[in-house]
Design a binder for this molecule. Structure first.
Ligand code: NAD
Ligand code: UDX
Length: 463
């Protein structure tokens, strides 16, 4: 079967970039990305491609190339579903905030809504692709809904988890380490798998396209994120030990990372991992393991989250301690709010939790981030519901100029590893701060020695 029309439900950080790249690489396939969120779709359609809602290096060029040719963004969900022969579900699957599994299980209500909508609208056979990250065995729920509509349409369900990382989405999509496709192992299932393989194989070498059964594919996504996050928590755990022993975490990371069995990636000690995926997916894994009665398995993975929470809190406490145990009324400049560099995404960013802890102690926080807009900072803090919107507005200011953010501050904290921070005029920043001027480098980004020569007191992670 040859795919001619693709519909993707969900125009978010995954749906948008993924479909833009498919459209770029397959000009003969019509790709329509749909979303309920009208503002988001309007932004994807903005004449000025620099105003698309997801900031990713290289993405606006791809959208400019394909949009209007074979890439479309629309709110007409039913129409796009009905016309497509392949439908990607790329909606959000956040942690449940209510009911059974609250705080751990993935909330699948949007997934189920999509399945019901597909079942209701479809008049021709379709391949439905799980692009969202889902708990293992979700495909059986989808199958149940899709196969009981009584309208005679046949559906094949594939799992095709997305491994892109934000900030490098375009690169990851154009040259993925692998593409994973899970499907039924019978004749029809294999035909569906082959149809999707034929889409990716236009630009991904065939040996990098792995095919498995559905359940292995679903579980592999949770597993990959759990392993990656575990590495960050492992190095962060050791960063604390370094701070007590005069060992240097960067040196330890280099020493172990050159062992080819360990490898050098994902060994950067930090203020803690953030992002919409790691915590959510591990909590989900923990929940699934617990639901099968696998207590030790659940406890093992939960520790990755416990360590990460500890790292964020530890960073905030370190600032408080170094500022003589009181930050009340003291200005602390935050450089960075996004959960990592080269993205405007702030979901679960460590900065939010570090700020919350400092605000609890009545600090005055001034935030500068090159890509995060002011409103988002307040949305993130308000979402925690720790204090009123008015209090957040009083205690936090958001600056467009990093030098303004740092002026008259007692301390500067680096929360995101944006490259531009390295090139700032640190002498100028030092001169404008209160003394002793302190820097808390949550990313080990800056040159500690140079800063100390200027006169800063520098506290870096794991040193
Ligand atoms: P997102 O919140 O940015 O986007 C999801 C979009 O789906 C939203 O715009 C929402 O309005 C839309 N939506 C929800 N229900 C809908 C419905 N019934 N009909 C139409 N639109 C609907 O989320 P995201 O970051 O793109 O993540 C999507 C999925 O991909 C999640 O399962 C996530 O775990 C997974 N994932 C994310 C990343 C990442 O880096 N963000 C990477 C890999 C996998
Ligand atoms: C992650 C996975 O990498 C990706 O494969 C998956 O599809 C989605 O989840 P993402 O969350 O976008 O991607 O970014 P990632 O680069 O994994 O970083 C996650 C967090 O870990 C960031 O806050 C980052 O700063 C932090 N991190 C990463 C570290 O603190 N140290 C490291 O060595 C690596």
């Amino acid at each position: 079967m040859t795919v001619k029309k693709i519909c993707c439900i969900g125009a978010g950080y995954v749906g948008g970039p993924t479909m833009a790249v498919i459209a770029k690489q397959c000009p003969d396939i019509q790709v329509t990305v749909v979303d309920l969120n009208e503002a988001r779709i309007a932004a994807w359609n903005d004449q000025d491609v620099n105003k698309i809602p997801v900031y990713e290096p290289g993405l606006s060029d791809i959208v400019a190339e394909a949009r209007g040719r074979n890439l479309f963004f629309s709110t007409e969900v039913d129409k796009a579903i009905d016309e497509a022969d392949m439908i990607f579900i790329s909606v959000n699957t956040p942690t449940k905030t209510y009911g059974a599994g609250k705080g751990q299980a993935a909330d699948l209500k949007w997934i189920e809504l999509c399945a019901r909508q597909i079942a209701r609208v479809s008049t021709t056979d379709k391949i439905v692709v799980e692009k969202s990250t889902l708990p293992v065995r979700t495909a059986s729920t989808l199958r149940d809904i899709l196969h009981h509509t009584g309208n005679g349409v046949r559906f094949q369900i594939l799992s095709n988890p997305e491994f892109l990382a934000e900030g490098t989405a375009v690169e990851d999509l154009l040259e993925p380490d692998r593409v994973l496709i899970g499907g039924d192992q019978d004749e029809e299932g294999k035909t569906a798998i082959e149809a999707l393989v034929n889409v990716y194989s236009r630009w991904v070498p065939r040996e990098r396209i792995l095919t498995t059964n559905v359940w292995s594919s679903e579980l592999s996504k949770l597993t990959a994120n759990a392993f990656l996050a575990q590495r960050v928590s492992s190095i962060n755990a050791l960063s604390e030990l370094c701070e007590h022993t005069e060992a240097e975490i960067n040196e330890v990371a280099r020493a172990i990372g050159t062992d080819s069995r360990i490898g050098p990636k994902f060994l950067k000690a930090s203020v803690g991992f953030g992002g919409s995926c790691f915590q959510k997916d591990i909590l989900n894994l923990v929940y699934i393991a617990r639901s099968y009665g696998l207590t030790e398995v659940a406890d093992y993975w939960e520790q990755v989250i416990i360590m990460n929470d500890h790292q964020k809190k530890r960073f905030a406490n370190k600032i408080i301690r170094a500022l003589y145990n009181t930050v009340n009324g003291k200005k602390i400049a935050f450089l960075g709010w996004a959960f990592k560099k080269d993205t405007n995404d702030t979901r679960e960013s460590a900065a939010i939790y570090v700020a919350d802890h400092l605000l609890y102690e009545q600090a005055q926080v001034a935030v500068y981030d090159p890509k995060v807009v002011e409103q988002q900072v307040y949305i993130d803090l308000d979402y925690l519901a720790t204090r009123s919107t008015e209090e957040n507005k009083t205690l936090v200011t958001v600056q467009n100029d990093p030098y303004e953010a740092c002026k008259d501050a007692h301390a500067v904290a680096i929360l995101t590893e944006w490259d531009e921070f390295k090139d700032y005029d640190w002498q100028r920043i030092y001169d404008s701060m209160l003394k002793p001027a302190k820097i808390f480098d949550g990313r080990n980004l800056l040159d500690k020695k140079k800063l100390e020569e200027i006169g800063f007191q520098v506290h870096a992670i794991g040193s």
